[in-house]
Structure formats: C-alpha cells, structure tokens
Write a protein that binds this ligand. Structure first.
Ligand SMILES: Nc1ncnc2c1ncn2[C@@H]1O[C@H](COP(=O)(O)OP(=O)(O)OP(=O)(O)O)[C@@H](O)[C@H]1O
Ligand SMILES: [Mg+2]
Length: 467
C-alpha cells in the first residue's frame, strides 16, 4: 500500500510540469492554426473572403479571432473584436516555468466563458507576431482529459510497482523471517533435540547472517542444556554416595567409641585419632549433602546492624579458638540491607577460616588477631575481616570461591567461601579476597547500604585504612 502511495506521489511530481507543458503546446498549436487560417485569407485575392468561409476557417482553427502585426501595425485578419472582454493574455514567446504551472492550475479551475489572448512568433508568415483569441473552455476540457489519462496511467503503474514490491518483500524478507520465528518456536519447545536446530540457508545478506547466528546460538544452548543435565546427574550420584557414606561412617563411629575403652593400650591410643578422622569424614559427607540440596531461600532484606552482627558471628566462630583476639572496629552507625541469617553465615564462615588459619601461628609468634572494620562506599558498605595469619596458600587463591576445590585443610570441605559468596551475591553484594600475604589476609564483604537515615551519624564515605 505504501509503495503505491509513493509511486503516486512520484507520478504527481511528474504530472504537474507535463500538464503545464501540455497547456502551452495546446495554445501554440492553436496560434499556429490561426496563422495558417490567416495565410489562407491573405492568399485570397484582395482579402475578399466571404463571411461563410471566414466562419469555416475560424472553426477549423478552433479560435475566435486571429490578428497579426505587420510593419508595426496590428490588424485583424479573421473574426471580429470579441464581445466578451479577454481576461488572460498569454505571450508564448516568454518562458517562465512557475507561471506556466500556475496558469495550468488556473486553466483547470477557470470559470466558463473565459477568453485567452495568445501571442506567438509566426512560423510561416513574414510578420512580427500572430495573435489569436480562443475560448478557455476548449483548453480546459482537453486539459482535464489529459489529466484523467495521466491519472489512470499512474494508477496502473503504481499498482503494478506496488504489487511487484510486495511480492519481492514477501519472498525476500517476510517468509525468511517467518521461517526464523518458526525455528525459534520449535527450538523453544525442545531445546535438547538436535532436530530443532535451524538449518541456515546459503544467503549472504543480513537474513542469512541472522540464520547462521541463530543456528550457532541454538547449538551452544543445546550443549549447555546437555551439560547441565550431566552435572545434575553427577550431583545426584554424589549425593547418593555421600548419603550412604555418612551412614557407614556413623556405624564406624559407634565402633570407635567403644575402642577407647579397650584393654589394649595400643588400641586406646589409636582410638581418638581414628575418631577424629571419622568425624572429619562425616562432616564432609554432611556438607556435600547440604550443598547438593542448596535451593537457598530468597533473602529477606532488612536493615542489619553490622556491629552487632559481627559480634554475634564472632562469638560463634571463635568459641573453639580462645587464643584468638577479636577486635570489632565496625562503626556502630552502619546499617546494611541484608538477610540476618545469611549475613551471619557469611561472617561466621570467614571468621572461622581466619581462626583455623591462625592455629598455625605458633605460640611465640605474636598474638593471633582478627579485626572487623567497615566503611561506606556509595550505595554499599564494605566490611573487612583482617587476620594476621599465614595467608592463603598460592595454589588455593585462584579457585578460592570454587566449591570443593579450595580446601587445603584436613576436614575442610572447601565450601565455606563458595557458599558465602553465593549468599552475598543473592543480596546484591559480594565476597572478595582483598589481599593476602604471609602477614595476613583480608576478606571483604560488600553489602547494600540500608536506605534508612541513621540520625545524623557518620555515614559519609570513609576510606579504609590498612594496618
Ligand atoms: N583467612 C585465611 N587465611 C588463610 N587461609 C585461608 C583463609 N581463609 C580461607 N583460607 C583458605 O581457603 C580455603 C577455602 O576456604 P573455605 O572456607 O572455602 O573452605 P574450608 O574452610 O576449607 O572448608 P569449609 O569452610 O567448607 O569447612 C581454606 O581451606 C584455606 O586454605
Ligand atoms: Mg571455611
């Protein structure tokens, strides 16, 4: 439809000047006919032309009167002075495109009975100019007829062009797009099925590129699905093994409990070590099981007092490590927007790691210490846990947050930091290793700041100092 409209607009742009030209030519033709008629009159002896002949000549020429200018004198050759006044003078010797177009519209809208006087240079006679008077009605009728012819022609051209354009669009764009849409829908229904991957055409244009990109993307998604499936199966298998392992270990634990009461001194000495080993194995089996089950509940984000939160976590984390000196330097005004329970688990995991690392610090090597401090940074609060332990071993650093792989400790499952990061990210924050060296380790927890105004206390950005 649009194509037809555009073609019509183009046709109108062509029509206007051509109709103006048609009008000028029409007038020129009539002046010429008038000139021929005047020649006939002059050829007749002494210009004695009967009035019947004169009428016939004028009718043939289609004009009302003819005059010529010869040797500076303008004289009537045929017809008389017209009764009606002549309303329009057209000098065909002058060229003005704009005037021609305006006059053409004027002619189409002309009132009936208007007369035009048209002047042009002669073609045959040796005179200065030929002048005719002609009724505009004839011109108007011819011009209208011409316009209608052009209009029909334009309509035909526009419809043919429009149809061709439409067919081309359907063929080249719409059907390939439909094919792509169908391929997407098919893939959506069965992404694991190799058969749902689109077969791209050999087209080189954007549509061909889209098809190929879509096919590639579908293949990647299919593989990701397949991998997810395999991992899920693997996870299920691990969970089953851990479950059965835990049961066997629980049975072994009961036996070792009895061993410590054994008569045999060798057995009595070995029993506690065996017990510890079994306990660690049990813990790992339990941790694996609980990680496999992780569909953590959605965090319930509430204003969370960081100072109190850190204090509570420290009480839990350091209970088994009385040597560790705990310093809580968190600004009491800082409120995070966090899930209480999740934040607690994050803090305990990090602090317990520090405490476990500090075990390695020998008695004489200074006091093992863990410090918490926090600062606001834009919309976030960074809370840092600083210890003066031996640092995170090089091998562990890179994959510190990957489940299971990071653990270096006996009995550690390598899940603590992975879980802590996952929980923090679910709250819009993060857990990161800020720095680690033989002088100690800093783990940072980023949490959203609670958008509560804490009574004019210090919530401005405070740079963290590192001691
Ligand atoms: N503050 C720290 N100082 C030194 N090493 C650390 C510190 N924190 C973590 N690590 C190292 O990173 C490893 C991974 O810690 P993560 O908490 O993820 O697992 P884990 O403590 O071994 O086991 P889990 O916490 O599941 O019982 C630890 O085994 C330890 O080697
Ligand atoms: Mg840990």
């Amino acid at each position: 439809m649009l194509t037809i409209l555009f073609v019509m607009i183009a046709e109108i742009l062509i029509f206007v000047p051509s109709a103006a030209n048609y009008r000028l030519n029409w007038l020129r033709d009539h002046v010429e006919s008038g000139e021929l008629a005047s020649l006939v009159v002059q050829a007749a002896a002494e210009q004695a032309v009967t009035s019947d002949l004169a009428m016939e000549l004028l009718e043939t020429a289609g004009v009302v009167s003819v005059a010529i200018k010869r040797e500076g004198v303008r004289e009537f050759v045929l017809g008389a002075q017209v009764a009606q006044p002549v309303q329009l003078l057209e000098d065909l010797r002058e060229h003005n495109a704009i005037k021609a177009i305006l006059d053409m519209f004027g002619a189409l809208a002309a009132p009936p009975g208007r007369m035009i006087r048209a002047i042009n240079s002669p073609r045959f006679a040796p005179v200065e100019f030929v002048e005719i008077v002609v009724s505009e009605a004839g011109l108007k009728a011819d011009l209208l007829q011409y316009s209608i012819r052009i209009l029909w022609l334009s309509l035909i051209i526009a419809s043919v062009t429009g149809s061709l354009m439409y067919l081309t669009l359907v063929q080249e764009v719409a059907s390939p797009m439909r094919r792509i849409a169908a391929a997407i829908a098919k893939f959506e229904a069965a992404p694991q099925d190799v058969g749902s991957i689109m077969t791209p055409s050999a087209r080189k244009d954007e549509i061909g590129q889209t098809e190929r990109a879509l096919a590639r993307m579908q293949e990647q998604i299919r593989q990701a699905f397949a991998q997810r499936e395999r991992l899920a199966q693997l996870g299920a298998a691990v969970a089953k093994i851990s479950h059965d392992l835990r049961n066997s270990l629980a049975a072994a634990q009961i036996v070792t409990d009895n061993l410590s009461a054994s008569e045999d001194p060798k057995v009595r000495v070995a029993a506690p070590r065996l017990q510890r080993a079994i306990e660690r194995a049990l813990n790992m089996a339990a941790a694996t099981l609980s990680y496999g089950r992780t569909e953590e509940r959605m965090p319930d984000l509430q204003p969370f007092d960081l100072l109190a939160g850190a204090e509570e976590a420290a009480a839990e984390a350091f209970a088994a490590h009385p040597r560790v000196i705990w310093r809580n330097d968190v600004d009491p005004s800082l409120l995070a927007r966090a899930d209480r329970e999740h934040a607690h688990r994050i803090f305990v995991n990090i602090m317990r790691n520090a405490a476990q690392a500090l075990e390695a610090v020998a008695e004489g090597q200074g006091r093992p210490q863990v410090t918490a401090r926090a600062a606001r940074l834009g919309d976030y609060i960074i809370i840092e846990f600083v210890d003066n332990g031996p640092g995170i071993p090089e091998r562990v650093r890179e994959r510190l947050f990957t489940p299971f792989v990071a653990s270096q400790k006996k009995g550690g499952s390598g899940l603590g930091l992975a879980i802590a990061r996952e929980l923090a990210r679910a709250m819009g924050g993060d857990v990161t290793l800020e720095r680690t060296s033989s002088a100690g380790t800093v783990i940072g927890v980023k949490l959203r700041v609670a958008d509560v105004d804490v009574g004019g206390s210090n919530t401005a950005d405070v740079p963290l100092g590192y001691s």
